[in-house]
Design a protein around this ligand. Structure first.
Ligand code: 3HC
Ligand code: NAI
Length: 703
């Protein structure tokens, strides 16, 4: 049973009870209607209160049910709401904590609504690539006015109940309870009051009967469409939200409802909605580590130390200051320390200028920061994160020092992007306390954190770091130890393909444009110029020794040999004008590429945008499949999350693995077979990973 039924004197209380958020799955919907029928049949019951157990009134439709037969099984949500409207005794929603999506639509179908303060109220369907599909687009404008309702529907953002209750003329809430604790008593008292006034057989108030007009309808909706079109980018849902709300102002309620239903059904089938629903579930799945139970005890992290105040150390530090956690920053030299602190200040001051941070908050955050040159000063930190040069010798020396000074039980983390975390752990006498915390640049902005699990990393260390990630607002994904972990191991294959494309006839601009049109924020060459081409050069030099069999295009090395490191040297794959970031195609690079092709005996060919995109993206997919097989990632959705949150993979495509599922793994494998025949590519790489080959063969998907 997913809703409980109790009678308190003359009031029946139906309590949704489907943890964690009372999602409106099939069993819950059925139980609501059963409760309504029972209350109607009981002559002693004068009114009905509908509420939710635990931490929510309701978080809406059960997202996990989407795409399953239960989602379609009657009563669906519109049918439950229709049943509510037809009850001939007053039904009062008693709303608290979370009232979202279908939950709010359910409440809008009740005759009255009593709400507790502090409740988050939203129609967030747009964030799943949908629109409210159970009357929300038709009923919310009737109780809040067209403009407020449309803002809520198009943004999907939650608004606190007390703010909504204070809006002049609002009809969403009939009463604001004194507190969440008082809600149920107040709702029952309210129920008795309205029941006493209600004459049997007389109509009960319905939101659908309220008028819905905008005085300047055409002008307003034209304006709204222009605004929304600009923001919606690759997503169809926001504009459909405008269409649905406009329909609410134009005809009969039933016609608007029908229009909403059609639009909802269309959106449900779009790849963009599948991508966003995938992202929602992926984010939540990633926090679960298969062999680390949710109740694993966590270590207390009250203070943090960061080693190295460079690009990454400074950004990492800011994350903790922002979350109110004191940080001690350690450097080898005073100048480096001063430079690092100055950069942190500069970043905060830029936020103040943009109005994103107050002076007060800035000062509070800086007061949490202290600096030192001595390891003895950080001995008591609960967590230390190393962000020194990417050099095994330097890292080993740092970890030996940490092992010597840090208190027992302190977590020792490294921000290495490619080095072997097991090797780093092995220089300490406490490898169980060592873990990778791989932040992405700029570390104070990028949402992704790869948590690298060493062979000996203790389960409570992992559980602690995952919980801490949430506190500093990062999306954490667990990766096993290998060269590059999940993200950088895959990007290597993407970069290699980018290089081969140049060998064969593409220009950097052509490759960048094709992949940017696909939706990437930045193509590989513009990205290289931004990050610094010397970083990749240093990594490749190491790989030439470690993986001599691996084939690379020489173009990136030739570029670096010319000193063209990117924006910081004023020249890279593109030319740059002083002080500007616009990437200008470079005749020097063109010439270098031409000569390089000649030296290889390659006659350049015209390569289609489709081939460019497929080679870059399927390179990610094939390596992703190897990563899954090797157990470096626990699920395909973890890989997608890494790419969506850390590498600018287009959100509306849901990540490389979901994209491959959408294209069809059979088609992906066929393309790989074609690429393997290209003499200038790497035939060995394009052998489909066994997992990919098997899934394609069986007609299955990664997700
Ligand atoms: N259905 C099923 N499960 C849901 C859910 C939903 N609508 N909303 C949240 N959950 C689950 C999560 O998957 C997670 O499960 P897990 O513990 O197994 O991982 C658990 O609830 C807790 O979720 P969060 O980690 O997100 O917890 P928070 O406390 O941070 O946030 C929340 C709670 C505000 C409810 C947030 O989960 C949220 O925004 N949920 C989405 C709400 C939503 O989009 N509703 C609209 C659904 S579509 C709809 O209603 C269609 C209708 O118009 C027809
Ligand atoms: P950086 O060169 O900007 O900063 C390194 C800092 O460490 C310098 O300030 C240096 O003075 C200090 N340092 C060096 N040896 C030290 C020692 N023994 N003790 C104390 N301080 C010492 O380098 P960056 O870019 O910040 O990289 C740091 C680490 O983060 C590397 O492991 C890198 O691979 C990793 N990383 C870098 C990313 C990037 O985009 N820059 C992204 C993710 C990880």
């Amino acid at each position: 049973m997913t809703a409980e039924y109790q009678v308190h004197g003359d009031v029946a209380v139906i309590t949704l009870n489907n943890p964690p958020v009372n999602g409106l799955g099939y069993a819950t919907r059925k139980a609501i209607v059963a409760g309504l029928n029972r209350a109607e049949d009981d002559a002693a019951v004068q009114a009905i209160v509908l509420t939710g157990a635990g931490a929510a009134f309701s978080g809406g439709a059960d997202i996990k049910e989407f795409g399953t037969p239960q989602a379609m099984q009657q009563p669906n949500l519109p049918a439950v709401i229709a049943a509510l409207e037809q009850v001939r005794k007053p039904v009062i929603a008693a709303i608290h904590s979370v009232c979202m999506g279908g939950g709010l639509e359910l409440a809008l179908g009740c005759h009255y609504r009593v709400v507790a303060p502090g409740c988050s109220v939203a129609l967030p369907e747009v964030k799943l690539g949908l629109l409210p599909g159970a009357g929300g687009t038709q009923r919310l404008p009737r109780v809040l006015g067209v403009e407020t309702a449309l803002n809520m529907i198009v943004s999907g953002e939650a608004v606190k109940s007390e703010m909504l209750a204070a809006l002049p003329g609002q009809k969403l809430f009939d009463k604001l309870a004194a507190s969440p604790e008082a809600l149920l008593d107040e709702a029952m008292a309210f129920a008795r009051e309205v029941a006493a006034k209600h004459q049997a057989g007389a109509p009960l108030p319905l939101v659908r009967s309220l008028p819905c007009k905008h005085p300047q309808g055409d002008g307003y909706f034209g304006f709204a469409r222009n605004m929304v079109r600009g923001m919606a980018k690759n997503f169809p849902a926001p504009l459909k939200c405008v269409d649905a709300v406009e329909a609410a102002t134009q005809g009969k309620f039933e016609d608007g409802l029908r229009r909403e239903g059609e639009l909802f059904a269309q959106l449900m089938l779009t790849p963009e909605s599948r991508a966003l629903r995938h992202l929602f579930l992926a984010e939540r799945a990633a926090s679960k580590i298969p062999d680390v139970p949710a109740d694993t005890p966590k270590r207390t992290i009250a203070t943090v130390a960061v080693i190295g105040a460079g690009t990454m150390g400074g950004g990492i530090t800011m994350n903790f200051l922002n979350a109110g956690i004191p940080v001690k920053l350690l450097e080898a030299k005073q100048e480096a320390l001063d430079r690092g602190v100055a950069t942190i200040r500069k970043n905060y001051e830029a936020q103040i200028k943009k109005g994103k941070l107050t002076q007060d908050k800035y000062e509070q955050r800086m007061a949490l920061l202290s600096t030192t040159l001595a390891y003895a000063d950080i001995a008591n930190a609960d967590l230390v994160i190393e962000a020194v040069f990417e050099d095994m010798g330097v890292k080993e020396a740092v970890f030996q020092q940490l092992d010597a000074v840090m208190k027992p039980g302190a977590i020792l983390a490294t921000n290495t992007s490619t080095l072997d975390v097991n090797k780093i752990a092995a220089v300490t006498k406490r490898p169980q306390d060592v873990v990778g915390m791989h932040f992405f640049s700029p570390a104070n902005v990028m949402k992704l954190l790869e948590v690298v699990r060493g062979e000996k990393t203790a389960k409570d260390v992992l559980a602690t770091v995952m919980a801490l990630a949430k506190k500093i607002k990062k999306v954490a994904v667990v990766a096993g130890v290998c060269d590059g972990f999940i993200g950088n191991r895959m990007i290597e294959q993407y970069s290699r393909q980018a290089g081969f494309l140049l060998d064969e006839g593409c220009t950097p601009a052509q490759v960048d444009k094709a992949i940017e049109k696909f939706g990437f924020a930045m193509g590989p060459f513009r990205m290289g110029d931004l990050a610094g081409n010397d970083i990749g050069w240093a990594i490749r030099k190491r790989r030439y020794v470690e993986k001599p069999h691996m084939k690379y295009s020489k173009t990136a090395d030739l570029l670096c040999e010319m000193g063209r490191f990117g924006q910081k040297t004023g020249a890279g794959w593109y030319d740059y004008q002083p002080g500007k970031r616009d990437a200008i195609p470079s005749p020097v690079v063109e010439k270098m590429l031409e000569e390089h092709r000649k030296s290889l005996g390659i006659t350049p060919r015209k390569i289609s945008d489709e081939e460019i995109v497929q080679r870059l993206v399927f390179a990610l997919v094939n390596e992703g499949a190897h990563i899954l097989e090797d157990g470096i990632a626990s699920r395909a959705s973890d890989i997608d999350l890494v790419y969506l949150m850390g590498y600018g993979f287009p959100l509306h495509r849901g990540g490389p693995m979901l994209y491959a599922d959408e294209v069809g793994l059979f088609n992906v494998v066929q393309a790989m077979r074609r690429f393997a025949k290209n003499p200038y590519d790497d035939a060995a790489f394009w052998q489909p990973a066994p997992l990919l080959a098997r899934l394609a063969d069986e007609g299955k998907t990664f997700n």
